[in-house]
Design a protein around this ligand. Structure first.
Ligand code: FAD
Length: 323
């Protein structure tokens, strides 16, 4: 058992417990969301002692050097003094400038900033409520489109954060937004390479950013976007995507419905099955997978088995927070 000291109060971390679980058990108010090392919302600092290497997985080297680490990945190897992050260190205040429905359960939220917000299309940020509740959301626009970020937020029944955004947040409200995170974005290289984009539900958000970026940067290889849901009412931006595919010869849009009622112009089947049946050889392709964790994990394996190099497979699984 190791001692964790925060502002001169001592807490104890049981064997096999992470620092995050120990602090939550002790009722310390620490932001967190995914508990898997993805969202980085539980980043803290150990000013005096280097944290275990595994607790710094995925952090920038500048943060590593300053002994930042992820509390959810940290199994202490000695007693630690811990500094909780100062809110202003990683968060910027933005103002909501638009909130409207994209379909029956998906909200379009646009947040504006005073200064330029630097990001790559397809990355995600953490949004934070004034009480500290934090969730990750993908950016759906590209950086060139002004000092705004666009999000697509699905309402989860009894979801604490998504219902708050749907029901309470209004135009003019301010909201805390973290630095951009994640590696699922388009790099303007190998313009002739095939791009396969597969998403479920609001997985379209990062894919829309990646697609817009690739087209704007003059990507010449074939680009396939497969967007799926159970019912047609849960797809969105269908007309815009169809229009884009008319404007760009190399872009194919495949809206997929897994439920029984499939209107004309839509493909019947689960999005992963349809994508894999349509493209049988993925050697040399770049793959982007976003949305339901099961779909993302299955497609990572299958696209690799169909020839894509693992370094060319980018994925964002929309894991929900454990209850
Ligand atoms: C990298 C990343 C990017 C993300 N991007 C987006 C995005 O662009 N858009 C978006 O909408 N979300 C996105 N998410 C998911 C988002 O972060 C939240 O997890 C989601 O909004 C739910 O949060 P909540 O507080 O509303 O729900 P919570 O209060 O956290 O409730 C979650 C709980 O709901 C239950 N639950 C899980 N799935 C379902 C379901 N299908 N139906 C009913 N109940 C369920 C589970 O018990 C779960 O514990 C992303 C997640 C990650 C990790």
């Amino acid at each position: 058992m190791y001692k964790l000291t925060i502002e001169e109060t001592a807490y104890f971390c049981q064997p096999d417990e992470t620092v995050l679980d120990a602090l939550l058990r002790e009722n310390v108010n620490i932001p967190y969301a995914c508990k898997k090392g993805t969202c980085h919302s539980c980043m803290v600092r150990s000013p005096d002692t280097p944290p275990p290497e595994a607790a710094q997985a995925g952090l920038k080297s500048t943060l590593k050097k300053r002994n930042h680490f992820l509390a959810c990945l940290c199994h202490p190897e000695q007693d630690m003094v811990i500094k909780l992050p100062d809110q202003s260190e990683f968060y910027t205040e933005g103002t909501v400038v638009a909130n409207e429905m994209l379909n029956r359960n998906t909200l379009l939220l646009i947040i504006a900033f005073k200064d330029a917000f630097e990001f790559n299309a397809g990355q995600f940020v953490n949004l934070q409520r004034p009480d500290g509740l934090t969730r990750s959301y993908s950016i759906a626009n590209i950086p060139q489109q002004s000092n705004t970020l666009e999000f697509h937020i699905r309402r989860l029944p009894n979801g604490r954060f998504s219902e708050w955004l749907h029901d309470e947040i209004k135009v003019g409200d301010s909201i805390a937004v973290s630095e951009p995170r994640g590696h699922c974005f388009y790099l303007p290289e190998r313009h002739e390479q095939g791009l396969l984009l597969v998403g479920t539900g609001t997985g379209l958000a990062p894919l829309a950013g990646i697609l817009t970026d690739a087209l704007a940067q003059g990507h010449t290889g074939p680009i396939y976007l497969f967007h799926g849901s159970r019912e047609v009412e849960d797809l969105y931006r269908v007309d815009e995507m169809r229009q884009l595919s008319e404007q760009h010869e190399n872009f194919q849009y495949m809206p997929c419905i897994s439920g029984k009622h499939v209107p004309e112009g839509f493909i019947h089947g689960r999005v992963n099955d349809v994508a894999l049946a349509s493209l049988t050889d993925l050697k040399g392709w770049r793959i982007f997978l976003c949305g339901h964790p099961e779909m993302v994990n299955q497609m990572k394996k299958m696209t690799f088995l169909k020839g894509a190099a693992s370094a060319d497979i980018y994925a964002d699984a929309f894991t929900v927070s454990p209850t």
